[in-house]
Design a protein around this ligand. Structure first.
Ligand SMILES: *Cc1c(COP(=O)(O)O)cnc(C)c1O
Length: 348
């Protein structure tokens, strides 16, 4: 099976497993795991922040981000309507933070300063939830892996600063944006209050995300990590996989991006309305206006896994475990699947 369902489907490589086996370890909760300490320092510096904390997952990174910035008196977060905390985090923001998540709309997942200014409530307004935080996803996920233009992000951060709002960056695939744009990670993440990257997406590690911020912020984040049951012990085995990924799996993300573009081009030859290949910037391809369950099933019959995003959209994600030969197979499978399903739609 060529699994394009998600870039979470990678298996640790033999070299990554060796790095894990060799890892020096200690008690992570006591700050005594040297490999975890090295990873956190390295990610903090990469993202332009003072300190970092290792978390089991990116979902916990978003949850702790919200807990850090949002209080308990009816407070509000501005974020894209399809942002991960709204759709894929089991309502944790409601259950565990008590936040109002106010959606901002846009087809790409990118929103602008004017939208933030229009949505933010006047702090003197007794009736409205109190706006506290702006959260951005870079690159976007289910809208199609789009990279925020730098000036748009800068504009949003400037508006947030003006309005006295905190900022959080969900950088699950931030290094994909770095490779796609050539803009360094600290330029994307240095200006927000908190940011995190995931090691289980394109980077190919089995677990781990690192949340960064100021030393004070990360000290506060540690309390939430303890509270949520996320504090670890000999986590150096996981951190070693993450360090290995930083050394060996970043530059190659460009291959994933090229393969995603090829998949989109193949799809557009058969179903030009479904996708604009020139809009594919990273490793995610979203096909729209198709019979998604039928295309998914036709792909599965040809040994290719894909993820339906509802009845008419399908997501394909390239990653470490998809090489050029797999991609070529997936391209022809996709063309056949689209021909088959578009033909039966035309008849039906
Ligand atoms: C995957 C993902 C997350 C959650 O990360 P996990 O490590 O799977 O918990 C959050 N935000 C975005 C944009 C993601 O793609």
């Amino acid at each position: 099976m060529i699994e394009l369902f998600s870039d979470t489907q990678t298996r640790p490589t033999p070299a990554m497993r060796e790095a894990m086996a060799r890892a020096e370890v200690g008690d992570e909760q006591l700050g005594l795991d040297p490999t975890v300490e090295e990873l956190c320092a390295r990610v903090a510096s990469l993202l332009g922040h003072e300190a970092g904390v290792l978390l089991p997952s990116g979902t916990m990174g978003n949850l702790i981000g919200l807990l850090l910035h949002v209080g308990t008196t009816g407070e509000e977060v501005l974020l894209h309507e399809l942002a991960h905390p709204r759709r894929f985090e089991a309502g944790g923001a409601a259950r565990l933070v008590g936040a109002v998540l106010t959606p901002l709309a846009s087809p790409t997942g990118v929103f602008d300063a004017a939208q933030v200014r229009a949505a933010a409530h006047d702090p003197g307004d007794r009736y409205a939830p109190r706006t506290r935080l702006v959260s951005v996803e870079q690159p976007t996920n289910v809208t199609g892996g789009h990279v925020w233009p730098l000036e748009t992000l800068d504009g949003v951060l400037a508006a947030a600063a003006d309005l006295g709002l905190a900022t959080h960056l969900d950088g699950a695939r931030l290094l994909n944006a770095v490779v796609a744009s050539g803009v360094p990670a600290d330029r994307w993440a240095g200006g927000v209050d908190t940011a995190w990257i995931d090691f289980t997406k394109g980077l190919g590690a089995p677990l781990g995300a690192v949340l960064v911020g100021s030393a004070d912020t990360i000290a506060r984040a540690w309390r939430f990590k303890q509270m949520l049951g996320g504090a670890l012990r000999q986590a150096g085995v996981a951190a070693a996989a993450c360090l290995h990924a930083l050394d060996h799996h970043v530059d190659r993300l460009a291959d994933d991006h090229a393969r995603a573009r090829r998949l989109a081009e193949a799809a557009a030859e058969v179903a030009p309305q479904a996708v604009d290949p020139t809009a594919v910037e990273t490793n995610i391809v979203v096909l729209r206006g198709i019979d998604a369950p039928a295309v998914r099933e036709a792909l599965a019959r040809r040994g290719v896994g894909a993820g339906a995003l509802g009845p008419s959209a399908l997501r394909l994600v390239t990653h470490l475990d998809v090489d050029d030969a797999d991609c070529a197979h997936a391209e022809s499978a996709l063309q056949e699947a689209l021909r088959e399903t578009e033909a039966s739609r035309a008849q039906g």
